[in-house]
Design a protein around this ligand. Structure first.
Ligand SMILES: Cc1ncc(COP(=O)(O)O)c(C=O)c1O
Length: 386
């Protein structure tokens, strides 16, 4: 079939998906594919979730969109719910449309408040699709934490280290992606992150936690930064909070929200604070709480990790890294990775593949039986290369 939709440089994986349910996508022949990538980390409660669908239907029948100068009950209720799980009582919540936008708006607010110019992030983080974030040639400082590998005491990072001394004084915000590292699941040392935060804050800069992938339960806690014992000024939330619907959030802590009252920030985008997105956010939070999906992500994440570890042979599967249901597998080389990937697709399993790695980020509803099925399929695919 000739496709006229534009695929922006990504290879088409499976043509003509016609329906979905839970962990599965189905093609027109009725073949099911277990989606271990959650539709690029979005469908955290599974595809076609009946409770979320009902919320969408009800909300569209009352108030889907009003404009950014109108308030309503669901916006307030949803904002309170997400601020509460983030522990940001008396903070503020801005509903937006994509993870990229939540990062971009947090940056704009930080720059507006601090009058500083330079954005700081770790060299391997992914922050979004906009040129303001992808083009790091001007007004960005990328801290290469690979250099910390030479440090023998990673958990006792020293403020006098040369890597830290190079951080510019005029940083407006440090955007920290807690452990995804562009999906390759690498965890910067806690003491390094605490020291970066100290330096940035001492110079008047803000801290943004990029929770677009790590947030909403994926790592076995509500937010990935909670593994780091830090308190961000802004939290950018996306992907899983909409279960496939494009809603994202910029959360603002209380002191920063007060600063924004003193120095008002202006942002015009037609779909900010849409009631439909807010209703979905509220529904997703309720669903996660009702079904204990945070602890499910922690326990089934451990199980999946352990079973994947049993496949590590250092010949084909080199390494497994993970936290909760956010896992990366390093494979010998690109060629074998692509072959195993295609074989898994044939068997009805979708994983994320990039370079010589797989990214495994299944919906938080995954069960032990489904994990076992995938492990068996991967074991068989891997054995083709012995
Ligand atoms: C860590 C991280 N931040 C931000 C984004 C951007 O989110 P979106 O694609 O919703 O704009 C992504 C998307 O993959 C991401 O992985």
């Amino acid at each position: 079939m000739d496709h006229v939709f534009f695929c922006t440089g990504h290879a088409l994986k499976i043509p003509n998906i016609v329906k979905s349910e839970g962990l599965y996508l189905y093609d027109e022949q009725g073949k099911g594919y277990m989606d271990l990538e959650s539709g690029v980390w979005c469908t955290s409660l599974g595809h076609n979730n009946a409770e979320i669908n009902k919320i969408i239907k009800n909300q569209t029948e009352s108030l889907m969109h009003a404009g950014f100068c109108y308030s309503n009950e669901i916006l307030e209720k949803s904002a309170r719910a997400i601020l509460e799980i983030a522990g940001l009582n008396n903070g503020k919540c801005l509903f937006l449309c994509s993870g990229s936008e939540a990062i971009e708006v947090s940056r704009q607010m930080a720059k507006h408040l601090t009058d500083n110019k330079v954005s700081l992030t770790l060299h391997d983080s992914y922050l979004g699709a906009y040129s303001s974030i992808t083009d790091k040639s001007k007004n960005w400082y990328l801290l290469n934490w690979e250099q910390c590998k030479i440090c023998s005491d990673k958990e006792n990072c020293d403020l006098s280290c040369e890597v830290l001394k190079k951080i510019p004084k005029n940083v407006s915000e440090f955007i920290f992606e807690p452990g995804s590292s562009s999906g390759f699941v690498r965890f910067p040392p806690k003491s390094l992150i605490k020291n970066i935060i100290k330096i940035v804050r001492d110079n008047g800069g803000k801290i943004v936690a990029n929770e677009v992938t790590t947030g909403i339960g994926r790592t076995g806690k509500w937010f990935g930064y909670q593994h780091y014992e830090i308190n961000p000024d802004f939290i950018a939330v996306g992907k899983g909070i909409g279960n496939g619907y494009p809603v994202s959030i910029a959360l603002i802590n209380e002191p920063t929200a007060q600063e924004l009252e003193q120095k008002p920030f202006h942002y015009s985008q037609s779909h900010q604070n849409d009631p439909l997105g807010a209703s979905i956010v509220y529904g997703v939070i309720q669903y996660i709480e009702k079904n204990n999906l945070i602890s499910n992500a922690a326990s089934n994440g451990l199980l999946l990790h352990k079973e994947l570890e049993s496949l590590v042979d250092k010949e084909i599967i080199i390494e497994v890294r993970g936290r909760g249901l956010m896992i990366a597998i390093d494979i010998k080389n690109n060629e074998i990775t692509n072959s195993i990937y295609n074989n898994l697709i044939e068997k009805g399993y979708i994983v994320g593949n990039r370079g010589a790695s797989f990214r495994i980020d299944p919906p938080l509803i995954i069960t032990k039986t489904e994990i076992d099925g995938f492990i068996e399929a991967l074991r068989e695919s891997k054995s083709l290369y012995k």
